[in-house]
Design a binder for this molecule. Structure first.
Ligand code: ATP
Ligand code: ZN
Length: 287
């Protein structure tokens, strides 16, 4: 069978794997990802999932082995492949930072002059040091960068950080942030046309899921004389729905509010006389 399918590269095993697979499942795409599988064809959507090392994903996308890929911005920036960002995905957040032993007296990047910095990101680090006119030696290693200072391999490191606990447990302190990163959906700039329709469909679903995560559905009861003030507090997609309750003089108000300021809105609603507030997660949101 020669059905046209969009090939999606995701990390096989690592920090982005679960969220990448979860994102595709949330789009309603059903596929198996049995242990050790390298490739899986979806049962109900024209896509094929390739499970790869994250470092290889930008190159595979540039070479059209995969049509699109889900990979960290840090990897895209380091690999310098010809790929475009289609969508920022909001997971896999981390930063690429320079860290030095706690005893290192650090006041500015100039303190790195003449030092040896271990990293798996020589391109990004090199650009950063050049932009700051710092002359330091870059020592490229592929893993366990954080132990380099304690074994005498380097004076500092440039590595990914999220909570900072790995740095801390290795006696290091973060001194400069070079790049903030999250997972990206990437594609080649010269993508095959017939596949763009599948990509558009997928993007539509991804965006509906993302919008849903960024919003909450609120239901509340209020006496009719307080409705006007309550409605003013609600941002909503359009104006809220107002339905009469069985008890006369009371209404039920339904609306959508952004997740980021939802506690603040809820507090104001209560002050304005809202009762019986229910806040629900939204599964998909199509604007
Ligand atoms: P692979 O075997 O696929 O090469 P890896 O060991 O290079 O895996 P992971 O450690 O699984 O990669 O990280 C994958 C991506 O997750 C990183 O490139 C980055 O975008 C993101 N990430 C988020 N938080 C962190 C963190 N604290 N440390 C490392 N990566 C992080
Ligand atoms: Zn990797």
């Amino acid at each position: 069978m020669n059905e046209l399918r969009l090939k999606i590269a995701v990390q096989r095993s690592g920090r982005l794997s679960d969220d990448s697979v979860g994102l595709l499942r949330k789009c309603g795409i059903r596929f198996g990802n049995g242990m050790g599988k390298l490739r899986s064809v979806a049962h109900n959507f024209p896509v094929e999932i390739l499970f790869l090392r994250d470092d290889d994903i930008p190159q595979y996308v540039e070479d059209h082995v995969a049509d699109i890929g889900i990979v960290g911005e840090n990897v895209v920036a380091e690999k310098r492949c010809r790929v475009e960002t289609v969508e920022r995905l909001g997971f896999g957040s981390c930063r690429l930072s320079i860290a030095a032993p706690r005893a290192f007296t650090y006041s500015s990047v100039a303190d790195l002059n003449g030092k040896k910095i271990a990293t798996s990101y020589p391109n990004i680090l090199g650009d950063f040091l050049r932009s700051k006119s710092v002359d330091a030696e870059i020592h490229t290693i592929s893993g366990s960068v954080e132990i380099a200072p304690s074994i005498g391999l380097a004076d500092a490191v440039c590595d990914l950080v999220s909570s900072g606990s790995t740095l801390f447990s290795n006696g290091l302190k973060e001194v400069e942030t070079i790049l903030r990163s999250e997972a990206l959906l990437i594609k080649s700039p010269d993508q095959v046309d017939q596949k763009s329709e599948i990509l558009e469909k997928l993007l539509f679903r991804i965006r509906a899921g993302k919008a849903a995560e960024q919003n909450k559905y609120v239901l509340l009861n209020a006496p009719n004389d307080k409705l006007e003030r309550i409605i003013e507090v609600l941002p909503g997609m359009r104006s809220p729905s107002v339905l009469p309750l069985a008890e006369s003089g009371w209404s039920s108000v339904h609306s959508v509010i952004p997740e980021e300021d939802f506690w603040e809105v809820v507090e104001r609603l209560r002050t304005e006389g809202a009762e019986g507030l229910l806040v629900l997660s939204i599964d998909q949101m199509i604007r």
